[in-house]
Write a protein that binds this ligand. Structure first.
Ligand code: C6P
Length: 412
């Protein structure tokens, strides 16, 4: 293949200490970044630096360490805001992960705005995190769920918008990129259609924000949820972006310390946004380290990252097409598709495929990837998935293909 020279991948790999090790006697080929990405040295160091030098609670103490921690925590919020093009840092709510961000919207916005007979439009490719909170909301409010189906290549059947979007639709919630099919959805177009009937739009950015430039204004959405751990940041920190006027009109999600203005015995008044939604001590070091991860990704350049991954994906789709008995799910061309490839290998259980690849030092994920309705639609109980990131190499794609050939021969 043509050399992947958008940036110096080999130099970049050296920034990830975990990638320098051997697994089962082979150099680790980590192809499971869709589940959680690896962390560069700067992020690990940043987390350690926080705990070593200025660990203290935020927004509380008047002493030096607490002020330093508060400054770094709020500076990280500003970095997140700039990263997704938010109008203000006040539109950024720190949560634990994508799942919590979506639950926050479902509980708070959904509880205040949905009633019996209202409809929520989802898609068949959603992660459970973008299904179950809406099912719970529907149970509480009497609202109904609708789903946009898929075409044969795992793209959204957009013509269904004509019948499934109506005046009763209060929310469209969809993923920007499928964690299984890799499909990148035309969010802007869908958001325009949704807004035309008065619905709000929530975008699950768990698999897109880490891999491509994402600007909320260009997406045209009202809510965006994503996780720090999939974008070189630590676990335990995630983000909800929402338009300020929506956040300001939303009741709190969790109650407790930090999120109040005044507490009396029989009632309380609540803090301004985003603090109103950040009850209790937040993941301080993790938020600060997410800011560091954003600096790292921005230093490489999100457009360059996307470009590199597109090249790697094109190579992988090509190379894997040489493996006999392999069925790849999702769009067959790299156009409008991210670098997550799920497949089944004839006659070999997806978990066995993953185990054989592991014996070769190639880490992939097997199972339903928290998308049981999608796997139902694909008519397979499980798939094996290879998902790529900035540190992966074409030679790791080759090792994946060789490992698959080995699995096929073993089970022939
Ligand atoms: N998908 C995967 O291996 P959390 O766990 O809250 O950080 O992210 C949830 C989530 C939501 N939406 C999408 C599209 C996702 O891919 C994920 C996480 C991982 O595919 C773990 S199941």
């Amino acid at each position: 293949m043509s050399p992947l020279t958008q940036f110096d991948v080999l130099a970049l790999r050296r920034e990830f200490p975990i990638l320098q090790q051997e697994v089962n006697g082979h150099r680790l080929a980590f192809l499971d970044s869709g589940a959680s990405s690896q962390k560069p040295r700067v992020v690990i160091d940043c987390l350690e630096d926080y705990y070593r030098r200025f660990n203290a609670n935020v927004h509380r103490g008047v002493y030096k360490l607490s002020e330093e921690a508060t400054f770094a925590f709020e500076r990280a919020r500003g970095k997140v805001a700039r990263f997704v093009g938010a109008a203000s840092h006040r539109e950024i709510v720190f949560v634990r992960n994508t799942t919590e961000a979506i639950n926050l919207v479902a509980y708070s916005w959904g509880g205040a705005n949905l009633g019996p007979g209202d409809r929520i439009l989802l898609t068949l490719m959603e992660h459970h995190s973008n299904i179950v909170p809406w099912q719970m909301l529907a149970e509480r409010t009497g609202a109904h769920l609708d789903y946009i189906g898929l075409d044969g290549e795992g793209r959204l059947a957009l013509e269904e918008l004509d019948t499934k979007l109506s005046e009763r639709t209060k929310l469209v919630a969809l993923t920007q990129q499928s964690n299984v099919l890799g499909t990148i959805n035309p969010v802007r177009l869908i958001a325009e259609r949704a807004h035309a009937v008065g619905a709000k739009v929530l975008v699950d950015g768990a698999q897109s924000v880490p891999h491509m430039p994402v600007a909320v204004k260009e997406l045209g959405c009202d809510f965006l949820a994503f996780s720090g751990h999939k974008m070189c940041g630590p676990t335990g920190i995630g983000v909800l972006w929402a338009k300020r006027e929506l956040l300001e009109a939303m009741p709190p999600f969790l109650g407790g310390g930090s999120m109040i203005k005044l507490v009396e015995l029989d009632h309380s008044t609540y803090a301004d946004v985003p603090t109103r939604f950040e009850a209790g001590t937040p993941a301080i070091g993790e938020a600060i380290a997410l800011g560091e991860a954003i600096d790292f990704l921005s230093g490489v350049g999100m457009a360059a990252i996307h470009h590199y991954e597109c090249e790697l994906l094109a190579y992988a789709l090509d190379r894997l097409s040489e493996v006999g008995g392999l069925t790849i799910y999702g769009p067959s061309t790299p156009v409008e598709r991210g670098a997550a490839i799920s497949f089944t290998l004839d006659g070999v259980h997806p978990h066995d495929v993953a185990a054989i690849l592991d014996s070769e030092g190639v880490a992939v994920r097997a199972g339903h990837h928290c998308t049981q309705p999608l796997h139902h639609h694909l008519d397979v109980p499980a798939t094996t998935r290879a998902s790529f990131y900035i540190y992966n190499l074409a030679e790791e794609v080759d090792r994946l293909a060789v490992g698959l050939e080995k699995a096929r021969k073993l089970f022939a």
